[in-house]
Design a protein around this ligand. Structure first.
Ligand code: NAI
Length: 345
């Protein structure tokens, strides 16, 4: 029996993980708390920890888990910016779910875009109060508009297909452009200058942090719509708010927020929100904020559980390959993952 401390458990996590795990001899210790230096203790006696996007897996936490004999950190997410993979190297294996349903996120990005530009969120509230006025609900067609997609990996490329279905003209920027993809790659500056809609689908790294900044916003078209379903840190939120107040940015659709860790995923409706920046954004008529929900489909949850359980089993098999491992053996997490045919250490 492999014992797994399952941090930040939500009611929607349990059914799929229990279904796949129980059949395969995994015993979970479901914990509602998040992993951090104060809660690492709860993993004593466990073989592995299973964590999500807002668990803190820094060097101190990793060292503590290592002392307790934890051998594996299994991320049940694609993004891994919250894990110090370098600090884990040589001590604890780290695995993630590289793809579970890129459709869930790409479709959600389009859902946010349509809701925002056709003012569906406003109309929904109005008709619930029997207000059938159309004043102030004028939108614009997507057909013929230019969308700039930053990051053309699994999610970005599906989003591109969806946009093409709407008759949009697609331009893109990626550090590693996909060869023979038929995608029109341009420089970041050109993308900012030409796009009516900009959608972020690249990971959060030191390089991409605050790629949407005061300077980049100045380069954008007036009325640009910004969609972020990737990671909050890609946007300098203060700069975004200034751009909205200056009427430079036409609308913002945000499923992620740079300070989301202490706010999202919980019901805070009975409390006064201490984050003034987020409160101000939410109060804007042309901003939609959702709480990191883009991944949340039944299909994605099943795929996440199935892949995570397989990742865990593969790492505990004697001499087995640790599936979907992240590491620094080659000095680059991505490169290592692509070349590796074995465990990283
Ligand atoms: P992916 O790894 O398939 O694609 C990422 C792309 O970004 C790659 O093509 C890569 O070359 C590119 N990239 C890397 N550095 C870049 C840079 N500096 N500038 C421009 N492009 C760069 O990842 P996938 O599956 O498409 O996911 C994208 C992001 O979506 C993840 O990093 C994650 O943060 C986010 N995500 C959000 C979810 C949500 O529920 N809101 C759920 C799943 C993922």
């Amino acid at each position: 029996m492999i014992k797994v401390a399952f941090y930040d458990t939500k009611p929607y996590d349990k059914p799929s993980f229990e279904k796949y795990g129980k059949q395969k001899g995994i015993e979970y210790k479901f914990l509602e708390t998040r992993l951090n230096e104060d809660t690492a203790d709860l993993a004593r006696g466990c073989d592995a920890v299973c964590v999500f996007v807002n668990d803190t897996v820094n060097q101190a936490v990793i060292n503590r888990l290592y002392d307790y004999g934890v051998k594996l950190i299994a991320l049940r997410s694609a993004g891994y910016n919250n894990v110090d993979v370098k600090a884990a190297f040589g001590k604890i294996h780290v695995v993630h779910v590289p793809a579970y349903s890129p459709y869930s996120v790409a479709e959600y990005a389009m859902a946010l875009l349509l809701t925002s530009i056709r003012r569906i969120h406003k109309a929904y509230n109005r008709t619930r109060e029997f207000n059938f006025s159309l004043n102030g609900l004028t939108g614009f067609d997507l057909h013929g508009k230019t969308v700039g997609v930053i990051g053309t990996g699994k999610i970005g490329r599906i989003f591109i297909q969806i946009c093409r279905g709407f008759g949009m003209h697609v331009i893109a920027y990626d550090l590693f452009p996909a060869k023979n993809s038929g995608i029109e790659y341009v420089s970041l500056d050109e993308l900012f200058a030409r796009s009516d809609v900009i959608s972020l689908h690249c990971p959060l790294t030191e390089e991409t942090r605050h790629m949407i900044s005061k300077e980049s916003i100045e380069k954008m078209k007036d009325g640009v719509v910004i969609i972020n379903t990737s990671r909050g840190g890609l946007i300098d939120t203060e700069a975004l708010l200034s751009g909205i107040k200056a009427r430079k940015i036409g609308a913002a659709c945000l499923d992620v927020y740079e300070e989301e860790a202490d706010i999202f995923f919980e019901d805070r409706s009975g409390h006064i929100l201490n984050d003034d920046l987020l409160s101000r954004l939410i109060s804007m008529p042309n901003v939609i904020v959702t709480a990191h929900q883009a991944f949340l489909t039944k299909d994605a949850l099943n795929n996440i559980a199935e892949t995570t359980v397989n990742n865990i089993l593969s790492c505990f098999e004697k001499d087995g390959i640790c599936d979907n491992e992240l590491c620094y053996r080659c000095g680059s997490i991505e490169q290592c993952r692509k070349d590796r045919k074995d465990r990283c250490f």
